[in-house]
Structures are given as structure tokens and as C-alpha cells.
Design a protein around this ligand. Sequence first.
Ligand code: AP5
Length: 207
Amino acid sequence: MKLIILGPPGSGKGTIAGRLEKEFKFKQISAGELLREEVAKGTTIGKDIQKIMEKGGLVPNNLVNEIVRLEIQGKKHYILDGFPRTLEQAKSINDLPITKVLYAEVPLKVVVERLSGRRVCAKGIHNYHLKYIPPRKAGVCDVDKTPLRRRKDDAPLSVQRRFQVYQKQTLPVIRYYKRKRILVTVDARGEPHRVYQLVKKALHLHG
Ligand code: AP5
């Protein structure tokens, strides 16, 4: 399986990819996470990336393409989470035999609610939602026991910008895959378990 998951910020791409990885062992490759790892290294390029991400813009195509390519190397089953987000990125992976592109569709109202309640662990890896996916102990990550925090780009102004960027740059990518007839759309407004069941059904996955 070589899957792409696309959708607006906060649509649940990471949550869906994480569940598929856990159940089916497809490797989740999150562009946002790879970029946050680059930022954590504190290099000059990492600092430039950080400024772009905090404002809710897109990191330059050549850089993201290179980082994602490196991560894909040698893997047979993977899920690209949040990549490609521009037509240029999409065309850069035209050589890959992508099985399906999953579009997690949610309206802006849902995005705002999900991102305002999102909390992540100190390492930025594990995701929770105060109301929908709470940790077992308030304020603490179930997995690595670090304190939970809010992502900087989940501030209202950044969310608004991310949604605008998504509409301008990523909706054309969704239309591109629709024309290629490999797009499957899932209504991702429901609660996490329900959405996950819809995803498995849409992808003909049993488990
Ligand atoms: P990235 O980290 O990919 O951010 P995003 O696309 O904006 O997506 P999010 O991580 O915010 O949300 P998600 O859809 O994964 O939802 P999640 O599962 O967390 O990218 C960050 C930045 O990096 C970008 O803005 C850009 O600057 C840069 N970047 C990344 N990729 C790039 C690229 N290809 N090119 C250029 N730049 C790039 O869920 C959200 C919340 O809702 C969580 O709290 C979760 O617990 C909760 N939740 C999930 N599902 C449900 C549900 N069904 N019901 C209720 N709550 C739910």
C-alpha cells in the first residue's frame, strides 16, 4: 500500500495515518513531523523553516520534496501524511506507484474546533484532543509521560492562514488526483472511531 492522505489542517490526517500504521504496519510519513524534526536540530535552515511554519505558510517545494524522498527510500508500504500539498510536489512524485489518495473532508468550523483543542507531547509526536481524544491523565502524554502543550501554529491567526493556503495550494492537488481517478473521499466530521471505520471501508481494508 502506498497511500496519500490529504485534507485541511486539523482534518485528522495524522490521527488516521497513526491508526493505519498501528493496525496495518504501513509506515506513516508526516511531512509536518519531518519538518519539525529539522527545526529541532536548530540549524540555520531549521530556523528558516520554523518561521514559515509558525506563520502557517508552506515550506519551499524543493526542500520538502527532498526530505520526503529520503524518508520513502526502501519502504514498500507507506502513508504520506500531508504531502504533496502543491501541484509541484505532486508532479515530483509522479514516478511513484501510488495506490490511493484519501481525502479527509471537513469544513472550517470543524478545523477550528479540532485545532483549538489539540495538545501534543513535549516531543511533538503524540496528539490528543481535550474533548475528543483526551489523555488518560490530564496534561500528560500517555506514551512518553511528557507534559502536553499547544502547537504554536494552532494559534487562531496561523490556523486561518493555514486554511487559506490549503484552499489555494492544496485543493488543486485534490482535483489533480480526482482527475487521475485514484481519489477516495471520506466525510471526516464524525468522531475518531467512526471516521476510521469509514476510512477502512473506503480503502477496502479489513482488520
Ligand atoms: P502539519 O503538521 O502537516 O499540519 P497540518 O496539515 O496543518 O495538519 P495538522 O497536523 O494540523 O492536522 P491533521 O490533519 O494531521 O489532524 P490531527 O490528526 O492532528 O504541517 C505543519 C506545517 O508544516 C504546515 O503548516 C507547513 O508550514 C509545513 N508543511 C507540512 N507539510 C508540508 C508540505 N508538504 N509542503 C510545504 N510545507 C509543509 O487532528 C487534529 C486534532 O483533532 C487533534 O487534536 C486530534 O486529536 C483531533 N481529532 C482527530 N480526528 C478527530 C475526529 N475524528 N474527531 C474529533 N477530533 C479529532
